[in-house]
Design a protein. Structure first.
Length: 129
């Protein structure tokens, strides 16, 4: 099943003109993503459209928070996306390609919305009476 999912993501990435990113190194992945955004043509995007606000950002790692310690980075990244005219398109592409990180103002894991996890504390599964 994992192979099928990988093939589907690769096909979607090719459709959107993106390249597959190594998941083992988030910093390397983030640098490749943000360099790619400078020349990225999202579906339905005209040449006169503005560039994404995150393209060329001096701290691309903030768009890839990994734990509760990165909560400030998450807030800053979503603020950058909030003012971006391409955030809806960016989110759609990220969801279609199964991306990780902050895209279109939402934190995604495998293209699905998620939340930062606090290390050492499991999520609450039921309400406390």
């Amino acid at each position: 099943m994992a192979t099928t999912q990988h093939a589907q993501r690769t096909a979607r990435s090719t459709e959107y003109g993106l390249t597959a990113l190594p998941k083992s190194d988030p910093v390397l992945a983030s640098n490749k993503v943000f360099r790619a955004l400078d020349g990225l043509d999202l579906p339905g995007m005209a040449a006169a459209d503005p560039r994404p606000r995150c393209a060329g950002h001096p701290d691309p790692e903030m768009f890839f928070p990994v734990g509760a310690a990165d909560a400030d980075n998450l807030a800053e990244a979503t603020a950058v996306c909030a003012g971006c005219p391409l955030s809806a398109r960016c989110l759609a592409v990220a969801q279609a390609t199964g991306a990780d990180g902050v895209w279109g103002g939402q934190l995604l894991a495998g293209g699905r919305p998620t939340q930062l996890k606090v290390a050492g504390r499991p999520p609450r599964t039921r309400a406390v009476a």
